[in-house]
Write a protein that binds this ligand. Structure first.
Ligand code: PLP
Length: 441
């Protein structure tokens, strides 16, 4: 092991979403990053095939973002989030709304995607109570959905392994996932499955819509393995929610700010939710930040109260909500996104990425390939009884070849930086093809 770390340092850190025992036997230590590449502890350059964790679409160490953070820390390192404000929080809130669909124009800041999901669920329940319908509390998510790891998020989330050992959560129902065999190897949005949205009607009949607060879905399910929505599916969810007075929440922690080749997943798929959660790309991953953006009518319902004006309208928030460093990073990131016409670039690169990833269709063990924008996922045939093993082996082989990708469940996921070149995308996909082929057992 060519790192300076001692065994006791390695032992002291209980790593998140990591196979700790394996990692500590064979550590993968990243010491620096620049552009589309990491440097590891052995001095190797490793291509960042997932933009960090879907965070760093603009690449690493973007000069304008680093400078904004450095200047901010010299001026205002921290400002209390409750009852006091600092200018950049308001500037960033307004700036974010410029990327949102019309009518989503009130921004509640938090520090992560998980916090954004739980915040959105709480706003939904609070909204109905303020609107005089306190019985509307039930929440609906979807199988294969990922909404972070807090109790609300795992309750509506649909990845079994993330829920299995944590006991009771919040009462929630789940729509079926949209992964259909008829759709295998679809390019972009699959043709089949719009009717799966009609399951929501049945859930609403079961509980009565008068008891249901909100439905939360990722427009494109990312963490479970990149599942673009079937054509017509999101619109159908929208129509059912509207007809039944149920709020529709889009979790756009991966989709928003460019990855779909649009400002948001909502824009890419042409459907407007009542609330949206964001995180990751808003600061290009440089400082943690999340947010919930709501329709003005939801916000105004909280403000429309007879209580004295010194009373809190919503007792919720985080010590680091709208942290000055995160706001500085957010403003700089959104500036770069616009200044360099990055979203247009993603749209242009998407076709090349689609062709590249689908060229792997005949590689050994590939069951399905999916893509949209600069997000791609492959489902791999499992070793008997060991669904997690092959993606792990493939990803480790890629790491040794100088490519970082995400592996989760029986999938491998690619999310190259928005600024990656065609050649870099081809090299990534070619390397994945070689790893799949050499894994052919
Ligand atoms: C759609 C979605 N929601 C929520 C989260 C959780 O975000 P965080 O890890 O910042 O809490 C993620 C993270 O991948 C995500 O993809």
């Amino acid at each position: 092991m060519a790192t300076e770390l001692t065994q006791s340092q390695l032992d002291a850190y209980w790593m998140p979403f990591t196979a700790n025992r394996q990692f500590k036997r064979d550590p993968r230590i990243i010491t620096a990053a620049d552009g589309c590449y990491f440097t590891d502890a052995e001095g190797r350059k490793v291509f960042d095939g997932l933009s960090g964790l879907w965070t760093c679409g603009l690449g690493h160490k973007v000069e304008a973002i680093s400078r904004a953070i450095a200047e901010q820390v010299k001026t205002l390192d921290y400002s209390p989030a409750f009852q006091y404000g600092h200018p950049k929080a308001f500037e960033l809130a307004e700036r974010i709304t410029e990327f949102m669909p019309e009518h989503l124009n009130r921004v509640f800041f938090c520090d992560s995607g998980s916090e954004a999901a739980d915040t959105a669920l709480k706003i939904a329940r609070g909204y109905w109570r303020k609107a005089g319908r306190p019985e509307k509390t039930r929440l609906v998510g979807r199988a294969k959905g990922y909404h972070g790891v807090n109790f609300g998020g795992i309750s509506v989330g649909g990845i079994g392994a993330n829920r299995a050992i944590f006991g009771e959560g919040v009462a929630a129902d789940h729509l079926r996932h949209t992964w259909l065999t008829d759709n295998y190897f679809s390019r972009g949005q699959p043709d089949h499955g719009a009717e799966l949205a009609d399951e929501l009607v049945e859930i609403l009949m079961l509980h009565d819509a008068s008891n249901v607060a909100a439905v939360i879905v990722e427009p494109l399910a990312g963490s479970a393995g990149v599942f673009p929505p079937p054509k017509g599916y999101l619109q159908r969810l929208r129509d059912i929610c509207t007809a039944n007075d149920v709020l529709l929440i889009f979790d756009e922690v991966i989709c928003a700010f460019g990855r779909m080749g649009a400002r948001t997943g909502s824009e890419a798929f042409g459907v407007v939710p009542d609330m949206m959660t964001i995180a990751k790309q808003v600061t290009n991953g440089a400082v943690p930040m999340g947010a919930v953006i709501v329709k003005q009518s939801i916000h105004d319902c909280f403000m429309d109260t007879d209580a004295p004006d010194y009373v809190l309208e919503m007792p919720h928030g985080y010590t680091y909500s709208a942290h000055p460093l995160a706001c500085a990073a957010g403003l700089a990131s959104l500036d770069v996104l616009e200044r360099d016409a990055v979203i247009e670039r993603v749209r242009e690169m998407s076709a090349a990425f689609e062709d590249a990833i689908h060229s792997l269709a005949n590689c050994p063990h590939v069951l399905d390939i999916r893509n949209y924008g600069l997000a791609g996922g492959l489902t791999l045939e499992s070793y008997p009884g060991e669904p997690l093993r092959r993606p792990f082996e493939v990803a480790m082989d890629l790491w040794n070849k100088g490519f970082y990708v995400r592996y989760g469940g029986d999938t491998v996921q690619l999310g190259p930086p928005f600024v990656a070149s065609r050649d870099e995308i081809s090299s990534l996909v070619d390397a994945l093809g070689e790893s799949l082929t050499s894994n052919a057992r």
